[in-house]
Design a binder for this molecule. Structure first.
Ligand SMILES: *Cc1c(COP(=O)(O)O)cnc(C)c1O
Length: 392
């Protein structure tokens, strides 16, 4: 046979035995079938690389276990893992209720893309009771979007309560559980229908991967999600999947270390004269700490601090001066990696849907969101302490 024939046919029918601890990175578009009868058999999967191969399967297997799901799907980003289920289950004329403390890019999706398809999004206040949330639902309401603790301001929602009332009315619940990382909170066990995570954050854990997941406990929901993902042609690479799987192996350790350090730093900040309020659901001072303690097995490395307002009234400028003095905290929007990060929150707080005429309490001072990574907590405290001088 000619070179070219030998080079191409060498891949056919090779035994796929592996002896390493980890599933390798299996790349592939074409999938080979064992016989012709299997070619058009709908029960055979994968039929093509977009279904994912062994690397993606390993990640899904671990996620199904972690989430207590019947199936988990992976998507190219956390945001895609939120927009796909919204798209999959809503159609023209339907309505979705969205919590106002949601991850901000979700608002962009519902306000631009969903709107084009005739789906109406209405916002509700995070701290409404389940009965108050459901009182907003109309016969067109098909989905309630929850996130707890909410992005940035850590508002708690009674997710088990909302999920139970929604299910009784045939309304789906979609939970952004990135905060819980599949560990601290179990949405499906609390009656939620669709449990999403940005694996980009703690699961990836090293700021080098973008990937999301959506998990369900119901076979019909799984079938609709599969069809939608397939129809759109979304595919998540084996490399990203491999890194997420690798992250899952050490997730518990990293989450605990980061969460413990964050609590320590948050408690230290609570005792500082420059601080108006530390917003951390794991602290007894949080207005919904009891609900957090009821539903969550622990807290992660995120919290917000409201520092006293600037003498000249420019709180945002004061926040920027503080951020610029930090040496151990990178200035960046993500979190869940090994490195600590900080951002100021004023522009994001101002950009949220306004549902009441009251002045926003988070604009009463300089607001900073901290993410505490794996550095030593005392070193981080020393860094924050030297930067506090800007509030003097
Ligand atoms: C980061 C994040 C997302 C989106 O994840 P990406 O992978 O960055 O798209 C969604 N929800 C929350 C709460 C997040 O923090």
């Amino acid at each position: 046979m000619k070179d070219i024939t030998r080079l191409t046919s060498a891949t056919l029918g090779r035994a796929n035995s592996r002896r390493a601890v980890n599933t390798g990175v299996e790349r592939g578009s074409t999938v080979l079938f064992e016989n012709a009868e299997m070619l058009y058999n709908d029960d055979v999967r994968p039929t093509y690389g977009t279904d994912g191969l062994s690397t993606q399967d390993e990640l899904r297997r671990l996620l199904i276990d972690l989430e207590g799901a019947c199936d988990s799907f992976i998507l190219p980003s956390g945001l895609a893992a939120l927009t796909v289920p919204i798209f999959a289950f809503l159609q023209a004329g339907d309505e979705i209720l969205v919590v106002n403390s949601c991850y901000a890019p979700v608002r962009r999706f519902v306000e631009t893309q969903l709107k084009r398809y005739g789906v109406v999004a209405r916002y509700y206040e995070a701290r409404l009771t389940p009965a108050e949330v459901l009182a907003l639902a109309t016969p067109s309401t098909k989905m309630i979007y929850v996130e707890s603790p909410g992005s940035l301001t850590f508002d708690m929602q009674d997710i088990p309560g909302i999920a139970a009332l929604a299910r009784a009315r045939g309304i789906l619940t979609l939970c952004d559980n990135t905060y819980g990382s599949g560990v601290l909170f179990k949405p499906l066990a609390h009656g939620v229908d669709l449990s999403m995570q940005a694996l980009t954050k703690y699961v990836g854990g090293h700021s080098d991967v973008l990937i999301g997941s959506i998990s369900v406990a119901d076979k019909n929901l799984a079938a609709t999600l599969y069809k939608t993902i397939k129809a759109f042609g979304f595919f998540t690479s084996a490399d990203e999947s491999y890194l997420a799987t690798r992250g899952l192996r050490t997730l518990h350790l990293r989450l605990k270390q980061s969460g413990d350090s964050a609590l320590k730093i948050a408690r230290w900040l609570e005792g500082r004269p420059e601080v108006l309020r530390v917003v951390h659901p794991g602290l007894a001072s949080h207005p919904d700490h009891d609900m957090f303690a009821r539903d969550f097995s622990g807290s992660n490395g995120l919290f917000m601090v409201l520092f006293k307002g600037a003498k000249d009234g420019n709180n945002e400028r004061q926040s920027q001066a503080f951020l610029n003095r930090l040496k151990l905290f990178g200035l960046g929007f993500s979190w869940g990696g090994f490195e600590s990060l900080a951002v100021n929150c004023e522009p994001q707080v101002r950009g949220r849907p306004k549902l009441s005429d009251e002045p926003d309490p988070y604009l009463a001072g300089s607001s900073i969101r901290f993410y505490v990574g794996l550095e030593d907590a005392e070193d981080l405290i020393a860094d924050i302490e030297q930067a506090l001088k800007v509030f003097a």
